[in-house]
Design a protein around this ligand. Structure first.
Ligand code: MN
Length: 715
C-alpha cells in the first residue's frame, strides 16, 4: 500500500502548490470510512481507492482528482453522505465524487455490453467533468489488475467484456493509449487466455530469436536519421498481444503471415524534425502503400498526434514506424492529462487552472478535421442533444434531449406507447410530461384499454411518438365523427317515422361522392353534410330542405332537451375534444339541459340551454341539434367553473381548497380576477362528475365562513 506521505510526495513532485492539508484529510477520512471492509483479494478495502489515486498521480493529475479518487467509493459503499463530503471537502469535490458515484450506479444497472456504443455515450454524457471519467477509468484499471481474485468465473468474464467494450474505447477516445492498452490486455487475458498465451509465446520466441534483428534495425534507423542530422530516441516496441489478435482476425491471417509485428517509435525534438526524418526514411526504403498517416497536421479528435508509416526497412523487414515529438508522445500516452500539464502556463491562477482542463478538451475536439475525425467529432457533439435512459430490464434507450416518458414508451414499442398511462422514473411516480435525464430508469405502466391522448402531441419530441399519436387521433376523430353522424342520422330517420338502415344509405354513396357508409356518416357528424339532405336522397318521400321539422327553436329545445328525450342524440361514447366539444362559455355538466351547435369540420359544440352564446345561432336553426347526456355510461369528469369571492385573510384559500377537496372536487385551474383589501375574486375550474356534484360543492362552499359568495361562472 502507498503510504500517506508517499502519496503527498508524488503529487508535490509535479504540483508544488498542491493543497497538502486537504489531501491528508481525504486519506484519513477514506481509510476511516472504509474501516474493516475487505477486497476479494483479502486486502483492506482502502487499498483500492489508494491504488486508484496512485494511478492518477502517474498521470500527474491535480489534487482535486486525487482526492476524488480517494473518496470515490465512500458515498456508495460506506456511511458517508453527500452532505459529509461537502462539509469536509467542499462543493467541487462533492460534485466530482458524486459524478463518479453516478457512473458506478448506472454500471450496476444492466448487461450494458449489449449496447456498448450507447453505454459509452451515456458515460461520456454523464461525465460532465473529464476528471470524473478519469477517476472512473483508473478505478476500472485497478479493478482489472485485481480481477483474478474474484472467484466467480461468470463475474470475471462479465467485467472483462465490459472493460473491452466500454472502458478501453473510452480511454482511447480521450486519448490515453497507455490505459487503453492495459485495459485491453487485462480483459483479453480473461476473455481469451489461450489465444493470448499462444501469441505471447510466439512474440517472445520471435523477439528472442530476432533480438539481434531488433537491435540491427534500430542501428540502421539511427544511421539514416544521422544523414539529416537528427538524433531520435528510438524504441523497438512489440505490439500488444491483443492488437496482434485483432489484426489476425481483421485480415483473417495466421500469425506467421503477420510480418509487421515489429514497430518502432522515433521521438524527436520538434515537428520540423518529424517531417525531415520521415523524408529520409521514405527516401531510403520502399514505402508500404496505404500505411502513411499524418496525424500531425490532422490530429485525431482525442488530441493524438504522430506520423505513421510502414516501410520495408533494414534487412528487408516490414516494419511500422511512428515519428513524433516528446510532447506528442506524452499526449499519446496520457491523453488530455498530459496535454494539460504540458501546456501549463504559470500565469494562470489556481482557479483558472482547474477549468483549463475542460477548455483544452473542447479545443481538441473543435480542431479535429478530415472526414474520419469529422464523424467522430459529430458523434461527440451529438451527446449534447441526447439522453440515455434504462428500461427496468437494463436496456438502454437513446432519445433526443427533452424526451418524455411518452417518447420513451414509443421508443420501446409502439404498443407500449399507445397504451401508456403513467411512468415511474427512478422508482418515483412522475408526470408523463417530465423531461428525462441521462441514466434515468423509466418504467412505463400500460393499460389494455388505454389509448393515446391528443394532448400528448404537445410535449412529445420524437418523430415516432408524434406520428403515432397523430395517426391515432386522426383515425379516432374520424371514428368519432362517424359515431356522431350515425346518431344524428338515426334521429333524422326516426323523426320521419322511417326505419334507419345503412343498406339504404349504401345506395346513395355515389351521390355524395363518398366510398363507404362510414365516410357518409363521418361527413354528417363533421357537419359537412346535412342530415336532412342525406335523408331526402335516401328516402325521397321525405322533405329535402332544412324545414321547420328539424329546426329546434330555442323555446322547444328548452322544454324538450332533457335526459331520455326520445329524439335527442345521445353523447354516449363520444370523446370530448374529438367530435364533441364542451363550450367554454357555459361549461355544461352532465344532468344539465343542453343543446348542440354543429360547426362544419368540427362536429358539435355543447352549450347549456340557457347559455347567452346561443343567441348568435338563432338565424341558423339547421345547425341546432337536440342532444342528451347518457348519464348511465357517464364516467368522465367534467369541468365546472365557479366564480368565488372570499375574504382576503390568512388561510382563506386553504379553507377553500379543503372544502372542495373534501367534496371530491379536483381543482384544475385557478385565476385571480379581482383583489381588494378585504376580498379576492377567483375563477376556479373544478373537475366534477355532474351538475349535482357541482351543486354539492357550491353548497359546501357557501357554508364556509371565509367565503362571501359562490356562483357558477357563465360567459
Ligand atoms: Mn472503486
Amino acid at each position: 500500500m502507498i503510504r500517506q506521505y508517499e502519496l503527498v510526495e508524488r503529487v508535490k513532485n509535479y504540483d508544488p502548490s498542491m493543497d497538502e492539508d486537504a489531501l491528508n484529510r481525504a486519506y484519513v477520512y477514506a481509510m476511516k470510512m472504509h474501516g474493516s471492509q475487505k477486497r476479494a483479494s483479502g486486502d483492506p478495502y482502502f487499498s483500492h481507492p489508494l491504488e486508484v489515486a496512485g494511478i492518477l498521480t502517474d498521470m500527474r493529475l491535480d489534487t482535486s482528482t486525487i482526492i476524488t479518487a480517494l473518496l470515490h467509493d465512500t458515498i456508495e459503499d460506506t456511511d458517508a453522505t453527500p452532505e459529509d463530503i461537502k462539509r469536509l471537502f467542499g462543493e467541487d469535490i462533492l460534485r466530482l465524487v458524486d459524478g463518479v458515484t453516478k457512473l458506478t450506479r448506472i454500471e450496476l444497472q444492466s448487461d450494458r455490453t449489449k449496447q456498448a456504443e450507447n453505454f459509452r455515450k451515456l458515460v461520456l454524457a454523464m461525465s460532465e467533468d473529464i476528471r470524473v471519467l478519469l477517476v472512473k477509468l483508473a478505478d476500472r484499471v485497478h479493478n482489472m489488475r485485481t480481477l483474478h481474485f474474484i472467484e466467480s468465473e461468470d463475474k470475471r468474464r462479465r467485467i472483462a467484456a465490459e472493460t473491452m467494450d466500454i472502458y478501453a474505447p473510452l480511454a482511447e477516445r480521450i486519448g490515453i493509449q497507455a490505459m487503453r492498452d492495459e485495459l485491453e490486455d487485462l480483459a483479453f487475458a480473461e476473455l481469451n487466455p489461450d489465444a493470448r498465451t499462444s501469441i505471447m509465446t510466439r512474440l517472445d520466441y520471435l523477439y528472442d530469436e530476432g533480438s539481434d534483428t531488433v537491435d540491427r534495425v534500430m542501428d540502421e534507423l539511427r544511421e539514416t536519421a544521422a544523414t539529416v542530422e537528427i538524433v531520435p530516441e528510438i524504441s523497438g516496441r512489440r505490439k500488444s498481444p491483443y492488437s496482434v489478435w485483432l489484426k489476425m482476425q481483421r485480415k483473417d491471417v495466421g500469425f506467421e503471415q503477420l510480418s509487421d509485428i515489429m514497430a518502432f517509435r522515433l521521438v524527436v525534438a520538434n515537428t520540423g524534425e518529424c517531417y525531415q526524418l520521415l523524408g529520409a526514411l521514405h527516401g531510403k526504403y520502399p514505402v508500404i502503400p496505404g500505411r502513411f498517416k499524418d496525424y500531425i497536421s490532422t490530429p485525431k479528435p482525442n488530441g493524438y498526434q504522430s506520423l505513421h508509416t510502414g516501410i520495408i526497412g533494414p534487412m528487408k523487414k516490414r516494419i511500422e514506424i511512428q515519428i513524433r515529438t516528446r510532447e506528442m508522445h506524452e499526449v499519446a500516452e496520457l491523453g488530455v492529462a498530459a496535454h494539460w500539464v504540458y501546456k501549463e502556463d504559470p500565469a494562470y491562477s489556481r482557479e483558472g487552472k482547474k477549468y483549463r482542463w475542460i477548455r483544452e478538451l473542447l479545443e481538441i475536439l473543435e480542431h479535429a478535421s478530415g472526414p474520419e475525425e469529422f464523424l467522430e467529432h459529430t458523434k461527440l457533439e451529438m451527446y449534447q442533444d441526447q439522453v440515455f435512459c434504462f428500461t427496468p430490464k437494463g436496456d438502454l434507450i437513446s432519445l433526443p434531449r427533452g424526451a418524455t416518458p411518452v417518447d420513451f414508451a414509443y421508443a420501446v414499442h409502439s404498443e407500449v406507447g399507445d397504451r401508456c398511462v403513467g411512468a415511474r422514473i427512478n422508482d418515483r411516480l412522475m408526470p408523463l410530461t417530465t423531461p428525462l435525464k441521462n441514466g434515468d430508469q423509466v418504467a412505463v405502466s400500460t393499460s389494455k384499454n388505454s389509448t393515446p391522448s391528443p394532448t400528448w402531441e404537445q410535449f412529445v419530441v420524437t418523430g415516432k411518438a408524434k406520428a403515432r399519436i397523430r395517426r391515432f387521433v386522426r383515425l379516432q376523430r374520424r371514428q368519432q365523427f362517424a359515431d356522431l353522424g350515425r346518431a344524428i342520422m338515426q334521429k333524422a330517420f326516426r323523426q320521419e317515422a322511417q326505419k334507419y338502415s345503412e343498406k339504404t344509405l349504401e345506395g346513395v354513396l355515389g351521390k355524395f361522392h363518398v366510398e363507404t357508409v362510414e365516410d357518409l356518416l363521418a361527413g354528417v357528424g363533421e357537419g359537412v353534410l346535412s342530415d336532412r339532405e342525406v335523408l331526402h336522397v335516401a328516402v325521397p318521400e321525405t322533405l329535402p330542405a332544412p324545414d321547420k321539422q328539424n329546426v329546434v327553436p330555442i323555446t322547444r329545445a328548452r322544454t324538450k332537451a332533457r335526459k331520455g328525450s326520445p329524439d335527442a342524440v345521445p353523447l354516449k361514447g363520444l370523446i370530448p375534444g374529438m367530435a364533441v366539444h364542451y363550450a367554454r362559455c357555459c361549461h355544461p355538466l352532465p344532468g344539465e339541459r343542453i343543446v348542440g351547435i354543429v360547426t362544419t369540420g368540427k362536429g358539435v359544440t355543447i352549450h347549456t340551454i340557457d347559455c347567452d352564446t346561443l343567441e348568435n345561432f338563432h338565424s341558423t336553426p339547421e345547425r341546432w341539434l337536440d342532444v342528451s347526456w347518457d348519464l348511465d355510461s357517464e364516467t368522465d369528469m367534467h369541468v365546472g367553473r365557479l366564480d368565488i369571492v372570499l375574504a382576503n385573510e390568512p388561510g382563506s384559500l386553504g379553507s377553500l381548497s379543503t372544502v372542495i377537496g373534501r367534496s371530491r372536487g379536483n381543482i384544475i385551474n385557478l385565476k385571480l380576477v379581482n383583489r381588494s383589501t378585504d376580498f379576492f375574486e377567483l375563477y376556479i375550474d373544478v373537475e366534477v362528475a355532474d351538475v349535482r356534484h357541482l351543486t354539492e360543492i357550491i353548497a359546501a362552499l357557501r357554508a364556509t365562513p371565509v367565503i362571501n359568495s359562490v356562483d357558477r361562472a357563465r360567459g
